[in-house]
Design a protein around this ligand. Structure first.
Ligand SMILES: Nc1nc2c(ncn2[C@@H]2O[C@H](COP(=O)(O)OP(=O)(O)O)[C@@H](O)[C@H]2O)c(=O)[nH]1
Ligand SMILES: [Mg+2]
Length: 414
């Protein structure tokens, strides 16, 4: 019997593991927080007398940087012989999800885009024209509701067709700035790999991603430091510097071209019933992430959060401390009553009891106030905006804006 190997990729929380479970009947953990799936998980299903090995890959937003999830996903797509890659996207956030779609399309052509969470999109009044999306991407697009098995029949069918080459997707790759395209065409002819991977390797050479280049040459058994390639790279480096393109800015330029295309495609295929709702969200988003108001509003919110936590926690702290003090007196009376030696009373009551209750009365109240407040801000979407605002500042310390949230927690505890 025929057997195919298929991978599920996508941003975190788009329903990859849910679809994986529905198709394979397995019970891979699903959850609504980032990084839930931390390693690949393989399962099997049968459809139309054909076996499929399905692999659930950790969620990732991009394949460009070198975070753990991105490396796992990128290496899996690149270095495994896959018959199809299913990119699961969130119907309620198509624009953000398309970034990964365009990046995966540069590595392989055997792609199915599965637009999941259609029920959520319906609730929000979002409709997506799958046919138009499929034309704009050049790959088959199917809709799904991960939790409802019945909605996955079309997906299974299209996966089979792509695996058996009954459908041959031809991805519409991003056209970068002319200078980058010139650089790509200068070097891609030197790379003896099939299209589109030759173009992708050319891009990685131009970006000078050393770690990735060495794993590409190792896995594809390609020699990438030939005199010819090095000469072309020197030529490209001259070409770029003549055009004022700095080496460490190339990836930003690539990303901005991809994001522009994501915006263009989303505008073409998405319609919003409650247009005002979306317009207002965009307006609020613009204010909260603007250069002028973003940082002051964020500081104001954080100060308010710290004030509520620190001042608010004083009252329960005081109460807890009084309660533990009252209990301590009773315990001391008991120890005296049983004629406990002084060292034992000292160790248990003045040592262990006193320390533990002191920690509880100081730490518990701020935590009990801070975490629920943080959760509310996360649900309102304010935390990701804080992370976005602080990203540039945190990059100076070689980390990302997301760390700001952990730092806030640290400050309140302190
Ligand atoms: N409403 C709705 N929820 C879904 C759908 N698919 C997945 N979910 C939920 O979305 C959350 C994240 O799903 P999960 O499969 O863990 O996402 P993953 O991070 O991509 O593997 C879980 O709570 C799922 O129950 C869907 O089509 N509709
Ligand atoms: Mg998962």
């Amino acid at each position: 019997m025929l057997s195919y190997k298929v991978a599920l990729v996508g941003n975190p929380n788009v329903g990859k593991s849910t679809i994986f479970n529905s198709l394979t009947g397995m019970k891979q953990h699903t959850g609504n927080w980032t990084g839930k799936t931390v390693s690949n998980c393989q399962g099997y299903y049968k459809f139309n007398n054909t076996h499929f090995a399905l692999v659930d890959i950790p969620g990732t937003y991009s394949l460009m940087s070198n975070s753990e999830e991105e490396e796992i996903a990128r290496n899996y797509i690149c270095f495994n012989k896959l018959d199809a890659v299913v990119i699961v996207v969130d119907a309620t956030a198509l624009e953000r999800n398309l970034n990964l779609v365009f990046q995966v399309m540069e590595i392989t052509s055997n792609i199915v885009v599965c637009v999941n969470l259609l029920d959520e999109a319906k609730k929000k009044g979002i409709t997506i024209d799958f046919k138009k999306l499929s034309n704009l991407l050049g790959v088959p697009v199917v809709g799904a509701i991960g939790k409802k098995k019945k909605t996955l029949n079309n997906l299974k069918n299209v996966i089979l067709k792509v695996c058996s080459r009954k459908i041959e997707p031809s991805p519409k790759l991003i056209k970068y700035l002319p200078i980058i395209e010139d650089a790509i065409s200068l070097i891609s002819s030197e790379i003896s790999a099939p299209y589109p991977i030759s173009r992708w390797i050319a891009l990685k050479l131009i970006c000078n991603n050393e770690k990735l280049i060495s794993s590409i040459s190792h896995n594809f058994k390609l020699i990438l430091d030939t005199p010819n390639i090095n000469a072309k790279l020197d030529e490209i480096s001259c070409l770029l510097s003549r055009n004022d393109v700095k080496q460490d800015n190339i990836e930003n330029l690539l990303l901005s071209s991809i994001l522009k295309q994501c915006e263009y495609v989303t505008k073409k295929v998405c319609t919003y019933k409650d247009v005002n709702y979306t317009k207002n969200t965009i307006k609020i988003d613009k204010i909260l992430t603007s250069k002028k108001f973003g940082i002051p509003i964020m500081l104001l919110f954080l100060c308010l959060l710290f004030w509520i936590t620190i001042v608010g926690a004083n009252y329960p702290s005081q109460l807890l401390s009084e309660f533990f003090g009252f209990l301590k007196e009773k315990i001391l009376i008991f120890f005296e009553y049983v004629h406990s030696p002084e060292w034992l009373t000292g160790l248990l009551v003045n040592g262990i009891y006193q320390t533990v209750t002191w920690i509880v009365s100081v730490m518990l109240p701020p935590m009990a106030i801070f975490f629920p407040l943080f959760t509310i801000l996360e649900d309102l979407g304010f935390l990701p905006r804080i992370a976005f605002n602080l990203d540039r500042c945190f990059k100076c310390a070689c980390t990302s804006g997301k760390q700001a949230l952990t730092m806030c927690m640290g400050v309140t505890m302190w």
